[in-house]
Ligand binder design. Structure first.
Ligand code: PLP
Length: 429
């Protein structure tokens, strides 16, 4: 790896303009040490920094780029779309085309609304749940992350966990008060919460496969309990599949578990690298959204033609067979990581579901946020930097997920496994 002097200089300059030098906290590499890389371009499974280093990329823009960087079809479709203008603030055929495609893959999305981020999708979904049920309280799980809206920024994962923030200054106490939290995969506690507050709870929002405290799959029993409790109490079950949608499996985590939520939120892959979020679900619920119903939601750039094109072009290239191929690569990589750790006598737990994968330096098991916190974070930071030195770009936090794209080749998986072995050698020196 060449010295990253240009990135360091760029970070210094950016720090004059952006808090912490970045526009989203985890990008700053703060808890793994060193300065972040400034990226010049991406191509397929690789990214290139401004100092001329090349890396195999498993961050993939934090999930969206399932076809890798600059997929030729996505690029040409976007080029064609941009020549027709960038935004009209009026309906287009593209919105319906993307909605149809989404519904064909995730049939529980009987009706939906397009937005511009995952945060907007979850924020709007809980407003709808509160509006429909006429209840204020919501339930989320410790270490699940649903974006940065006020009600959901309580005991959250991702950057909130990385920087050890319980809830954020600026979140009104009254809103935090209405957000009940429960440990992930803990059936007893959520039952107790519903015994006490069942008729006050508008919704449960959950990542069915959690990806914001590393990858932790929900257990079938846990998710089924959430389905049963919400049904019994007249609350709405929201699966936040912003990350797991088109990632944990082609048809999403809901299909993997055979559990149908009342509402679903999507993001990331659904925009193919452009800003798209979607919330939707049961028709009777979604018909309550303005202008067909009274619950307000709007957006100047909602359903933006370029963003819709990114989504359509991406989803049209996906298929169950492609997921089989990507999942096989993840399986092999996960085994390679576990073997490398074992050969170096380092305790590790590797989790992977579909195209999502992460590892914890932990004796295991890792089933919830408290388990993740027992991981050796100092070694993780050292190991992350060693991987980077060996040309592998992974998520710079234990509380994040890595991904696979269709462009990663078998040879690159071998190269990555070799780099993990080398990184163990280097980090243990
Ligand atoms: N929900 C989940 C499960 C996420 O993983 C994320 C982002 O990582 C969000 C919501 C928020 O999405 P966005 O960052 O697009 O606002």
């Amino acid at each position: 790896m060449k010295p990253i002097e240009k990135s360091q200089q760029a970070f210094k300059e950016a720090s004059n303009y952006f808090p912490g030098g970045v526009n989203s906290p985890v990008r700053a590499f703060k808890n793994v040490g060193g300065d972040p890389l400034f990226i010049k371009k991406g191509a397929g499974s690789h990214i290139f920094d401004i100092d001329g280093n090349e890396y195999i990329d498993y961050v993939l823009s934090w999930g969206p780029l399932i076809l890798g960087h600059a997929d030729p079809k996505v690029v040409s479709d976007l080029q064609a779309a941009v020549s027709n203008g960038t935004s009209y603030g009026a309906p287009t055929l593209l919105e319906t085309e993307l909605a149809k495609k989404i519904q064909s893959i995730v049939p529980s999305m009987e009706m939906m609304r397009m937005v511009s981020s995952g945060t907007e999708a979850t924020m709007s979904a809980i407003r709808v749940a509160r509006g429909v049920t006429k209840r204020d309280k919501i339930v989320k799980f410790v270490g699940n992350y649903h974006g940065h809206s006020d009600s959901l920024l309580v005991d959250a994962g991702s950057g909130v966990a990385t920087f050890d923030i319980n809830t954020s200054p600026g979140v009104p106490k009254s809103l935090a008060y209405d957000t009940l939290t429960s440990p992930y995969n803990d059936v007893d506690t959520i039952k107790q919460i519903f015994e006490k507050h069942g008729d006050e709870i508008a919704c449960i929002i959950v990542e069915p496969v959690a990806g914001n405290m590393g990858v932790i799959p929900g257990t079938k029993e846990f998710l089924q309990t959430l389905r049963d409790l919400t049904k019994q109490s007249g609350s709405i079950l929201i699966f936040d599949e912003v990350m797991s949608g088109f990632r944990a499996a082609y048809h999403g985590a809901q299909n993997l578990y055979g559990i149908k939520p009342d509402m679903t939120t999507l993001g990331k892959v659904v925009g193919g690298g452009l800003p798209v979020g979607v919330f939707g679900g049961r028709r009777d619920i979604m018909e309550q959204v303005a202008p067909s119903g009274p619950i307000y939601h709007a957006g100047t750039l909602s359903g933006n033609p370029l963003a819709m094109t990114g989504g359509i072009s991406t989803l049209n290239q996906l298929s169950p067979e492609l997921y089989d191929q990507m999942t096989a690569k993840v399986d092999r990589l996960a085994k390679g990581i576990a073997d490398a750790a074992q050969a170096h006598n380092v305790p590790v737990v590797v989790h992977h579901v579909g195209t999502m994968w992460s590892y914890f330096f932990n004796q295991g098991p890792v089933n919830n946020f408290a388990d993740v916190q027992k991981s050796d974070m100092d070694f993780f930071a050292k190991f992350f930097r060693a991987l980077l030195e060996n040309g592998i770009y992974t998520a710079p936090s234990e509380y994040e997920t890595n991904f696979m794209s269709s462009k990663h080749t078998d040879a690159e998986i071998d190269q990555t496994i070799a780099a993990f072995n080398q990184a163990f050698d280097d980090a243990l020196k």
